[in-house]
Every structure is written in structure tokens, then in C-alpha cells.
Design a protein around this ligand. Structure first.
Ligand code: GLA
Length: 693
């Protein structure tokens, strides 16, 4: 980066080099565009840029829109990471803009954020847009853009679009990250023929923000680069900065990989595992049994105890009672907000159930939805003013509930106290934090500051998660928002696992998980075995298929275990044991995928540090017969070709005892014995020696 006339420009982003080429304006300059519009500026505002998009829209309130900036010094702090802060001042003398860029030697991910400070003595300004920064993606011939889109129950569909000129934008207006899009784009630049050629480097951009957001990619005929800007959603937002106040944007993250889109995925996963995760261990990624699908709201202690007995027998490590355990909560209509145990259905309270669970050797966990409140709850009767409200407009109820205003300090204090109380009164070491509706009425009657509710809410949410982490480090947190409605790098920094979707039908689930893994890593991907069929693909699969699908993430169980016979429990126990034997490798290694889950054969491959290779494989495609028991051999993929074997090493297949050299596995492939199930298998290749004998 260096300073050009209009601001801080990106000179070069790519492999390490000693000779950084400096950015130079085109010669001749195009007509009808200014230098600032052409320059790959790191972050700028209206007033500086005139023709193309800028990250900041500033309204000085006296008719002056936008700012121009002059350099005002910089600082560099070096610790685990190096953070460069470049300071600018605007021409009115009212504003100071600091652009932060952070890099660390053990990761290819670059973090960027901006701070806008009103340094004037008496002038307020309003930020009508306050994005975190822009990334320049060198792509003179256009690019293939990959992104993740979906909806409730079918999140994380991996889609591609070819882009030449224009604007492509994704985002959320829901007050949460949302099911519709993930804050994540990958660019693979086209060659002169308009294709992505072999060996093309790729760039990934993400946003670490869990409220409403937008990410916009823009290119024009005169631009040699795509500009990708990301930040908090601007439509329903006005940030008033009074004298002395400042606003710090969330972080936007970027990664360059010479290894293309796969390399970008690897860099994200590495960052999420090594930098964001507080630990990747069986403690914070345990085998969970969750009672939701077995009981729904019918939570009774005797029934839960029975479930816990079988769950422990299967090998579950934590028993989580989902929605329905608290006061009055016998359906989605009532009780949300009243976080004490329901004494009608659990007359002795929670303690005897917790003790019974702990006796089986499992930890105990609960479902909570701190931001939600039912109109039919004591909390709402006591504090009707705590919910979002747009002046006198009638409240919008969704899933029979409203949203609590986490921008009010007293609401955040209340939930912090409530959770402290819960976690100190009971031996709870796992919380599943849910959020089951978008925010539709954002606002606070009579309070001008409520125009920034979408920011304040998310910051309140982070504050509570941070408090849980600081004060109750033994409590594992699972993030959830009606399935995958709130998954982003900021959530991954404050939770241990996330629930990617309410869809647990195995073949649909596999598609969702394949998309999820494009941006997020396996160790956070909570995945339960249930009894349900998919909503899109209704075909039955074997129990083994379900288990192998869950083994690809943090395996959990959500089935009605009391309906399982002895044989099925034994089968399940064997599969949980198999999972525990590969969990460390699956969670801590890079994933390599073969095929796609919509096709006949789909495989995920993991190379452990000691050279052990784990292959999870599914006969997944939609062209296979509905009844897994009636497979004919020709329908099953016969072999797979591992990508991570070393040619001159020998490997023993743990399930069959067969021995192959890496070279043979590469050329002839590995026969799939389909021993775990007729439609799924787990192959573990144990290396026998360092060198061939
Ligand atoms: C959401 C979650 C489910 C379950 C229900 C409970 O839909 O995604 O897993 O917890 O809420 O109401």
C-alpha cells in the first residue's frame, strides 16, 4: 500500500516478493472519471470518489456531503500480528479516519477495519454508510464469483456467477447474518478467453459481522480490478457522530491464494481453526445428544432421563435439553423470556435431572434464546418497552415472538444477570444460543439514537457472548439462529460450534454441509443424526449414511432414542466409537473433497499430522435407488483416488487389512468395500513406514 493523491492505494497483493510494483494511474487517464475513481483505494468516502462507489457516505448536516482526506501520520504495532494504522483528516477538520490493516505470520488472512472519529468541538456528522473497507481484486477480463446462498432449511448453496461489468451485491436486512447469504465471496479471475485457467490464483473476501450487512462487488470498463466492499447494512442506518464520538467498523477479511479457490478455503479454515477457535478438542466439540427432535416442547424430567440413559450408552458426551424446559414453555406461543425451570413438567426442578445426566458420565446443557420474548411471558408483561418498536406501528410477531432491544444497556444487563444466575445455580457446561426470527421493527420510540439499532443490537449480542466466555470458560457455546441464520467469522470467534441448518435429512444435509465447508471449517459444524427424511430429497438412507454425514463435522445425535431397538443402539455405539477414533484428524486437518454431493460418489479426505488418512465417502447422488438395502453393485462408485497419499509410502486400510502403496492408490484407486453401510463408508489409511521397504 502507498499514498497516492486521493488516499491510500493498494499497490500489490500476491505472493511474497522483494520488488513490490507501485500502482500507477493509467496513461492516458480515461475521460469522465477522476483519479480517485480509478485508483484501488483501500477505503474512501463520497466527496473523494464521485463516479464509483465509496465505502463511507458522510453527511455534514449543513449541506456538505462527503469528505476529502489528507494523510495525517501512521503507526505500526508489532505483536502476534502487525497492525498498521494510517490516519487521515478531512478538509473540514471535523473528522479523523484511521484505516487499520492487520497481518500475522501464521495466516494468509488480512484483517481490515476503519475508525471514524468526530474530532470537532461543536459539529455533529451523520454516517449514512460506514462500510469497513474495499478490496481490489485484479481481474481485467472479469471473474468467476462464488458465493453461498439459501434460505431456512437449505442454507449454504454454493453458487457461481460470471462477472464482467456491473454490480453484484448480497447481504442481510434481518438484524442477523441471515439464511439467505453468507458474508463471503471468492473471485477467480478470467483469462483473455473469459475462462478460469488452470493454476489461477483466487481471492476471498469475508465480513466478520453478525447483524445486517452488505457486500458489493463492482467493476467498470475502465477499472482493471473488481472492487469488493463490505460492511454494516446502510439502508436502515444512520450513525450520528456527536463531537468526540467515533465509530469503529466491523472487520472485513481478505485472503489471496496462489492455489485458487481451494487454497482460499484452506486459508479460511486455517484461520478459523488456529486464530478464531479457543480450542479444537473433544471438550468444546463434544458428541452432543440434543432432545429437540425427540420431544419438541414436551420436556418432562422422567422422559429426559430415559433419553439420557440411552444417549450415554451410545457414547454421547453432553446431554442438551432443547427448547421447552423453562417456565410456561409448552409451545412456541408461551414462556420465551422466562428463564427458570418449568415446575409443572419438572416438579423437582432441574437439579435431579442434571445429577442423573452427570451420573451417566455426560455433561449437561440447555437451549436458550436470549433475544426472543413471547407476548405471553412474565418478562413481556413486566417490560413491554424492552422490545423493538418503530414508534406507534403495530408490533410484528413472527414465530409468535418479538425481539428484545439489545441496544438498551438494561436489557443486556438483565440477560447477563439471568445467565449468570442460571450458570451458577446449576451445573451447566453447554449452552445452545438460538435466535428464531429476523428483527423487523428495529427502533426505540422517541430515541434518535435508535436509528443505529442494527449495530447496537449486534454489539449487545457480542457483549453477552464475551461475558459467557470470560466468566464461564468451561461452558461450550453452540450458535444457532433457526438453523444457519447466524454464521460468520465474528460468531466463530465467540462460539465453539454452530448449527448450520434445521435440515437433518441426510442427503439434503450433505449438500448443505458441502456448501458450509466452502467458507467454514469442520470442527464448528454441528451435525446430528436424526430420524427425519429430507425436505428436498425424501429418499431413505442407511443409518450408517447418517452417521458418516455427521462424522464430517462435530457429530451429535438428535434421534428419538427410545424408539431404537437394542441392535440399532449397538450399531450406533459402534459408529460413535468410530467417529471418536477419527475426530481429532477430521477436526484438525484440511478437508479435500472429491465429486459433489449431488453426484453418485462424494468423498471428503483428511490427512492427519502423523500421515493417517481418513476418507468419508457416500453414494450420495440423486440417481441412486431409494432403498439403500437394494443397491446393485454397479450403482456404487467402486474406487476412490486419494489426493493426499505419499507415493512411496505403504498404507494399511484399517477396515479390510489390505495394504497398498501410495503410488498404486494414485494410479489404480482404492476399492471401496462399503463396510460401514451399503451407501457410505469410512476408510482409514494407516501409514506403515516412512519409506518403502
Ligand atoms: C430453532 C432451532 C432448532 C430448535 C428450535 C427450538 O428452530 O434451529 O434446533 O432449537 O429452534 O424452538
Amino acid at each position: 500500500m502507498s499514498l497516492a493523491g486521493p488516499g491510500l492505494v493498494l499497490d500489490y497483493w500476491g505472493p511474497t516478493t522483494l520488488e513490490v510494483p507501485m500502482w500507477a494511474p493509467p496513461d492516458p487517464m480515461p475521460d469522465f472519471e477522476t483519479l480517485a475513481d480509478i485508483a484501488p483505494l483501500e477505503c474512501t468516502s463520497n466527496g473523494t470518489r464521485h463516479v464509483h462507489q465509496s465505502e463511507l457516505l458522510i453527511d455534514h448536516g449543513d449541506g456538505l456531503l462527503g469528505s476529502t482526506w489528507v494523510f495525517d501520520g501512521h503507526s505500526l504495532t508489532e505483536d502476534i500480528e502487525s497492525v498498521l494504522a494510517v490516519h487521515m483528516r478531512d478538509e473540514t477538520g471535523s473528522l479523523r479516519l484511521t484505516l487499520h490493516t492487520a497481518v500475522r505470520p501464521d495466516s494468509d488472512v488480512v484483517r481490515r477495519w476503519s475508525t471514524i472519529h468526530n474530532v470537532s468541538a461543536d459539529r455533529a456528522v451523520t454516517l449514512r454508510r460506514a462500510w469497513s473497507g474495499g478490496w481490489s481484486v485484479n481481474a481485467p477480463h472479469g471473474a468467476r464469483l462464488s458465493y453461498l446462498a439459501g434460505a431456512w432449511g437449505r442454507e449454504f448453496d454454493n453458487l457461481q456467477v460470471p462477472l464482467r461489468y456491473g454490480t453484484f451485491s448480497i447481504g442481510s436486512r434481518m438484524g442477523v447474518t441471515g439464511h439467505l447469504f453468507s458474508p463471503h465471496m471468492v473471485f477467480e479471475p478470467f483469462d483473455v478467453r473469459g475462462e478460469v485457467s488452470e493454476g489461477t490464483a483466487a481471492i476471498g473476501v469475508a465480513l466478520a459481522w453478525s447483524g445486517s450487512w452488505e457486500m458489493v462487488a463492482e467493476a467498470h470498463a475502465n477499472a482493471r480490478a473488481w472492487r469488493v466492499s463490505a460492511g454494516v447494512q446502510s439502508e436502515a442506518l444512520a450513525i450520528v457522530l456527536n463531537p468526540g464520538e467515533s465509530f469503529q467498523t466491523p472487520e472485513t477479511l481478505g485472503v489471496y491464494s496462489a492455489a485458487g479457490a481451494e487454497g482460499v478455503r484452506r486459508a479460511w479454515h486455517h484461520y478459523q481453526r488456529k486464530v478464531l477457535a479457543r480450542s479444537v478438542t473433544p471438550y468444546h466439540q463434544p458428541v452432543v445428544y440434543n432432545s429437540w427432535f425427540a420431544t419438541r416442547f414436551d420436556v418432562r424430567s422422567d422422559h429426559q432421563r430415559e433419553l439420557a440413559r440411552v444417549a450415554a450408552d451410545l457414547g454421547a458426551e453432553v446431554f442438551v435439553v432443547d427448547d421447552g424446559w423453562f417456565r410456561g414453555r409448552d409451545s412456541e406461543r408461551r414462556g420465551l423470556g422466562d428463564w427458570t425451570p418449568d415446575l409443572d413438567r419438572m416438579p423437582e426442578g432441574l437439579t435431579p435431572l442434571i445429577e442423573a445426566v452427570q451420573k451417566t458420565g455426560m455433561r449437561f446443557g440447555l437451549w436458550i434464546e436470549p433475544e426472543g420474548v413471547n407476548p405471553d411471558s412474565d418478562l413481556f408483561r413486566e417490560h413491554p418497552d424492552w422490545v423493538y418498536r418503530a414508534c406507534d406501528r403495530p408490533l410484528v410477531s413472527l414465530r409468535k415472538q418479538y425481539v428484545l432491544d439489545f441496544g438498551r444497556p438494561e436489557v443486556v444487563e438483565w440477560i447477563q444477570e439471568t445467565l449468570r444466575d442460571l450458570l451458577t445455580s446449576y451445573q451447566i457446561s453447554y449452552l445452545k444460543w438460538d435466535m428464531n426470527r429476523p428483527v423487523t421493527d428495529g427502533g426505540r420510540p422517541g430515541d434518535a439514537r435508535s436509528a443505529r439499532w442494527a449495530i447496537d443490537h449486534t454489539q449487545g449480542y457480542y457483549r453477552v457472548l464475551q461475558m459467557l466466555r470470560d466468566e464461564f470458560p468451561h461452558v461450550t457455546i453452540e450458535g444457532c439462529a433457526g438453523g444457519g441464520g447466524r454464521v460468520d467469522p465474528a460468531v466463530l470467534a465467540l462460539t465453539d460450534v454452530v448449527w448450520p441448518s434445521d435440515e437433518t435429512g441426510p442427503r439434503d444435509r450433505l449438500m448443505i454441509q458441502d456448501g458450509f465447508l466452502r467458507a467454514y471449517p469442520q470442527h464448528v459444524m454441528s451435525s446430528w443424526v436424526t430420524d427425519l427424511l429430507g425436505t428436498r430429497d425424501r429418499a431413505q438412507t442407511s443409518l450408517g449414511f447418517r452417521f458418516v454425514t455427521s462424522m464430517a463435522g462435530a457429530l451429535g445425535i438428535g434421534s428419538d432414542l427410545l424408539s431404537w431397538d437394542h441392535e440399532k443402539v449397538k450399531h450406533g455405539r459402534d459408529l460413535v466409537e468410530l467417529y471418536k477414533s477419527i475426530r481429532q484428524i477430521v477436526h484438525n486437518s484440511q478437508v479435500h473433497t472429491h465429486g459433489d454431493p449431488g453426484m453418485r460418489g462424494y468423498t471428503q479426505e483428511f490427512l492427519g499430522e502423523d500421515g493417517t488418512i481418513v476418507l468419508l465417502t457416500w453414494a450420495a447422488g440423486r440417481d441412486r435407488p431409494a432403498d439403500a438395502g437394494r443397491f446393485t453393485e454397479w450403482l456404487l462408485p467402486a474406487r476412490l483416488f486419494p489426493k493426499t497419499v505419499t507415493a512411496d509410502r505403504r498404507y494399511r486400510v484399517r477396515s479390510t487389512g489390505e495394504i497398498f502403496t501410495g503410488a498404486v492408490l494414485r494410479s489404480d484407486g482404492l476399492p471401496i468395500p462399503w463396510l460401514v453401510a451399503p451407501d457410505a463408508d469410512v476408510l482409514i489409511l494407516d501409514p506403515l513406514d516412512e519409506r518403502p521397504t
